[in-house]
Design a protein around this ligand. Structure first.
Ligand code: NAP
Ligand code: G4F
Length: 351
């Protein structure tokens, strides 16, 4: 292998996982290119800590405008960046929203994957060695009871999950049809202080810390009885990278093997805030889903044995990390409020 640094391309680099993966790859000496959607507001906040102006000597992170809804932009970025590894993380990733925007979600999650696979196929046929990671989801198992492993049948319960099942099979088909090195990671829920604020874990840690500091009165949630296998995003992106370093492409479940209800998450988070959550939490039916995924708990034996991967951060430590981070944000908000500034909790009513 040559000594020149390896190059990777990440779609969805501005998201939770994209930012952790970019950090991991940079720490391993990679040159990292990322696809960023044009937005009227800044959407690169999660990359602030690692972004350096590309004019600076030694800069190894490059961002390009593109969209998985636009195949031409993907082909151009591939030709320009010449990656050896492509990680397809771009998605409309919110399950509840996918019921409101089914067509759009199917386009970005399902057809978007075909667009990048087609671009990668052409890029490979032009003589470039390339490996591809597809971000699959435990949501694809949906109504299939736990424990869920690689052989568990898919039973998707939302437009998002149906789109991910399509993407999974597109990726598998391209692997078999064109002999491409393509891996599907089937990742169970993974969280962090960078988790989007409309996912239940972050919504809870943001709200409880704000309530504790007198910045908010209530927290409106949906179904508290569903169970999720929650891990730490920083641990999970390592599994993505490991998949692309194997001799053969394959599909892997990535999970902690532990499952907890939303109530249990609330118990631990509220305990750290010294609050009784039952006094503040109310149900709002708008957060319920027409079809729910009741219980997810993954069997990641294959990832453990073949990739040598295992999660490092425990569930209580994950909750604690998120609570501590959000306490700091709430303290900043309170300081501003006490100094007479208007503190607008971004889009709270929309969550
Ligand atoms: P996320 O925070 O919602 O990030 C999604 C990323 O996709 C963002 O960078 C977003 O850009 C980008 N994106 C959305 N639509 C796009 C489009 N049309 N073209 C290009 N980029 C687009 O999600 P995440 O938690 O990091 O998850 C990463 C991937 O893993 C997603 O595919 C998700 O479905 C999947 N997954 C996540 C989990 C989990 O628990 N986190 C579990 C299993 C699978 P903006 O920043 O501009 O919105
Ligand atoms: O945090 P959630 O929105 O995550 P969900 O639906 O499990 O999806 C996440 O994980 C998937 C992997 O399994 C990813 F593929 C997907 O992209 C995303 O990252 O909801 C978790 C649970 C659900 O049962 C939901 O009904 O929490 C329940 N919940 C209860 N109240 C709520 C709320 N979820 C949200 N977002 N907001 C609530 O107020």
């Amino acid at each position: 292998m040559s000594d020149s640094p390896r190059t990777a391309l990440i779609t969805g680099i501005t998201g939770q996982d994209g930012s952790f993966l970019a950090e991991l790859l940079l720490s391993k000496g990679y040159i990292v290119h990322g696809v960023v959607r044009r937005a009227s507001t800044f959407n690169t906040e999660r990359l602030d800590a690692i972004y350096a102006d590309p004019h600076q000597r030694g800069a190894r992170l490059y961002l390009h405008y593109g969209d998985v809804a636009d195949g031409a932009s993907l082909r151009k970025i591939l030709a320009h960046s010449k990656p050896a590894e492509v990680y397809n993380l771009a998605a409309q990733s919110h399950v509840r929203v996918s019921f409101d925007q089914a067509e759009y979600t199917a386009d970005v999650v399902g057809t978007g994957t075909v667009r990048i696979l087609e671009a990668v196929r052409e890029y490979a046929e032009a003589g470039n060695a390339v490996r591809f990671y597809q971000a699959g989801s435990s949501e694809m198992f949906g109504a299939s009871p736990p424990p869920q492993g690689e052989d568990t049948p898919f039973y998707p319960r939302s437009p998002y999950a149906v789109g991910k099942v399509a993407a999974h099979w597109f990726a598998k088909n391209y692997r078999e049809a064109y002999k491409l090195f393509i891996c599907n990671g089937i990742l169970f829920n993974h969280e962090s202080p960078r988790r989007g604020e409309t996912f239940v874990t972050r919504k809870i840690t943001r709200a409880l810390t704000r309530i504790k500091l007198g910045l908010q009165e209530k927290l409106y949630l949906g179904n508290l009885d569903s169970r999720r296998d929650w891990g730490y995003a920083g641990d999970f992106v390592e599994a993505m990278w490991l998949m692309l370093q194997q001799a053969e492409p394959d599909d892997y479940v990535v999970a902690t093997g532990e499952s907890h209800s939303i109530r249990e998450f609330l118990d631990i988070a509220a305990d750290r805030c010294k609050l009784d959550w039952k006094q503040f939490v109310e149900t709002d039916p708008r957060y319920l889903r027409p079809t729910e995924v009741d219980a997810l708990c993954g069997d990641a034996s294959k990832a453990r044995t073949k990739l040598g991967w295992s999660p490092k951060v425990s569930f209580p430590d994950l909750v604690a990390m998120m609570v501590e981070h959000d306490f700091e944000l709430a303290r900043q908000e309170r300081t501003l409020a006490e100094a007479g500034h208007v503190v607008a909790a971004r889009g709270l009513s929309h969550r």
